[in-house]
Design a binder for this molecule. Sequence first.
Ligand SMILES: Nc1nc2c(ncn2[C@@H]2O[C@H](COP(=O)(O)OP(=O)(O)O)[C@@H](O)[C@H]2O)c(=O)[nH]1
Ligand SMILES: [Mg+2]
Ligand SMILES: [Zn+2]
Length: 317
Amino acid sequence: MQGVVYKSTGSWYTVKTAEGSFYECRIKGKFRIKGIKSTNPVSVGDHVTFEVETIGDETIGIINAIADRRNYIIRKSVNLSKQTHIIAANLDQVFLMITLNNPPTSTSFIDRFLVTAEAYHIPTILLFNKIDTYNEEETDEIKYLAALYRSIGYTCIGISSTTGKNIDKVKELMVGKTSMFSGHSGVGKSTLVNALEPKLDLKTKKISVQHAQGQHTTTFAEMYDLDFDARIIDTPGIKGFGIVDMEKEEIGNYFPEFFALKQHCKFNNCLHIEEPKCAIKEALDNDEVAWSRYRSYVQMVNGEEENYRTDIYGEKK
Ligand SMILES: Nc1nc2c(ncn2[C@@H]2O[C@H](COP(=O)(O)OP(=O)(O)O)[C@@H](O)[C@H]2O)c(=O)[nH]1
Ligand SMILES: [Mg+2]
Ligand SMILES: [Zn+2]
């Protein structure tokens, strides 16, 4: 039989078939997936093949194959440096929720997130939440940001999860797809999901599983069906995609507006920092590339952490 993994607790996997039945499954033997050293071979969102076995009056599934992943997101395992934990697979899109204040979301955080999403090949939509709370100046700042990210090619929507403003637009984008909501704690992810489907009443509780060694706890993702033909993956306690290892030279490729220009740089290995005749720096001087974006880029190339808030023009605040 075939199905999609909706939940995993490390040793058991809940798999839903196309007919809509759920099976509790285990894995047969040890899986090795090419190129990934992962603590969990199967993750939420995986398409798997399994055989049904009946032991006594208990029916369980034995997973024997995983389909190739369209994409996946990982984070480093807490204890083992080289190992990674696959959080979720086969996402159609991620919604990054942003608020100006309560809590503040910096452009540096947004850009880091977008770069990682580009690297993982996951389309991102920016949701500027809590628009019911902003004064005129703050509304202008949101409009500026939305225009900036739209010009790069990202869909941006101003919403209010509490008043319901533009929630229908979010719904429309979700139909037929598997989505994930990300953003800092407090931006309104749970409130939005509850607004999308009140009866789901998303379990905000953490699904924590204590590992056998008792060294640390791990939180697992879970997939939910919404009644307008949409699925969401909830990742308790994980605000973004975690870390991804990237070569310096690679980072610029994940800034779409830089990538579009880089063929015009004099040097084809241009890092857009010190090099002469750099198309990105020229565009920056002509206000065709945003300073905040360039600043985020330089921070990433230099391996700096996002540790202070910048305003929309990239000035320290
Ligand atoms: N005014 C206003 N408050 C909101 C909105 N969305 C969420 N909140 C509030 O922000 C707080 C955090 O929301 P929550 O959904 O728990 O955030 P999460 O941590 O991202 O899941 C709660 O007090 C919500 O009521 C909004 O659009 N407008
Ligand atoms: Mg929440
Ligand atoms: Zn350049």
